[in-house]
Design a protein around this ligand. Structure first.
Ligand code: SF4
Length: 359
């Protein structure tokens, strides 16, 4: 890279502004029912379907399922949208999920409760600087995680989710390809450790998973010696090393239902507990420790951007039509190619994307 182009490490040192977790007013049961009724009426009237991520509020997850929508990881959210007849997709999650839904479904209207709901991985990978980094290494194959902007995807050869990253990087390594990996350094290093691939890393991280503390986790494990430790691979290596299961959101949910353990220590966003409790009501779920509120914790295992989705602003966007996702056609045309490459790979290798989702 030339002198004026900052390195990925320099870019990673720039602070990312993490908003406080939104404090939504507590709703009375009547207020909640009233909002749900308004949302249901609008979904029906507008031929719209609700797709929600596992990290969003439990009320939104339940509403999505009650109204024929889905609760899933981001890729499955987009795939679900593609097979719906609905003309409008309402994406409760963060912005790159809405963008991916739009890229895969350009003919549909895609709405989001709050367009400011972003992601530290996306924020930490500005498209112009990422393009400069890639241009500096033209002999590398560019692999980006789904948690990136449409512009960054448009510069990539492959998009991957956490569940399919391993087989795709293994495949590329077998072809002798050198890889640029962005933006999540922890997931990248995890995949490199398992595959031995030659990789250059962007230095981004997730503010939620970065917060898990390894020494405190060891203490919690001693207190709960029979608990299985479930870890999302966006977590630092010292956390991943203590895991019984490392996997995507869907894989961690599957672990809770399929493993015999009665207790689980879970290192990923706390929003996932809603679905885990629904599917495995008898199991004891323990949040992996963070620094804790009042200390230096920025997220305390609850993504502030995911928290920007609520019944209140969902009702509002449906009633006003605000917060539509728009993507420049030239960008969308390029960004769809690496996403389709991943989907084709999954199909060819019989990899069930439904069970191999991303953040
Ligand atoms: S949990 Fe982390 S990776 Fe997921 S949206 Fe929030 S900041 Fe991004």
């Amino acid at each position: 890279m030339n002198e004026v182009t900052p390195s990925p490490a320099d870019i990673a040192k720039r602070p990312i502004v993490v908003p406080p977790h939104p404090e939504w007013p507590i709703l009375s049961p009547d207020e909640k029912e009233n909002l749900k009724a308004r949302i249901k009426a609008q979904l029906k009237a507008q031929n719209a379907v609700l797709v929600a991520h596992y990290y969003t509020d439990g009320d939104l997850q339940e509403l999505a399922e009650e109204t024929g929508g889905c609760v899933a990881d981001s890729l499955e959210m987009a795939r679900f949208g593609s097979v719906q007849e609905a003309k409008t997709l309402v994406v409760c999650g963060v912005r790159f999920m809405g963008e991916t839904a739009k890229i895969l479904n350009p003919e549909k209207r895609v709405l989001m409760p709050d367009l400011n709901a972003t992601c530290s991985l996306d924020e930490g990978c500005p498209a112009d600087e990422f393009r400069a980094f890639c241009d500096h290494h033209p002999d590398h194959t560019v692999v980006v995680y789904a948690n990136t902007s449409a512009e960054v995807k448009a510069r990539a050869d492959w998009v991957v989710t956490s569940g399919i990253a391993l087989p795709i990087i293994t495949h590329l390594a077998e072809q002798g390809e050198q890889i640029i990996w962005a933006p999540d350094k922890h997931l990248g290093h995890y995949v490199q450790r398992l595959t031995g691939a030659e990789m250059l890393f962007w230095q981004g991280s997730c503010v939620v998973h970065e917060e898990f503390k390894s020494v405190a986790l060891e203490r919690v494990r001693r207190l709960h010696p029979d608990a299985a430790v479930l870890v999302h691979p966006e977590s630092p290596a010292a956390i991943v090393d203590q895991a019984d299961v490392v996997g995507s959101t869907t894989a961690l949910i599957n672990a809770v239902t399929s493993m015999d353990n009665k207790e689980f220590i879970v290192a990923t966003d706390g929003g996932i507990f809603h679905k885990m409790k629904q599917l495995a009501p008898g199991k004891n779920l323990i949040e992996a420790p963070t620094q804790g509120e009042g200390a230096t914790c920025q997220s305390c295992a609850h993504c502030p951007w995911m928290g920007m989705n609520a019944l209140q602003n969902l009702a509002e966007v449906l009633e006003t039509g605000a917060n539509q996702i728009e993507i420049e056609p030239g960008i969308a045309e390029k960004a769809v190619l690496p996403i389709h490459r991943m989907l084709d790979f999954a199909k060819q290798h019989n990899i069930g994307m439904k069970n191999r989702g991303n953040a």
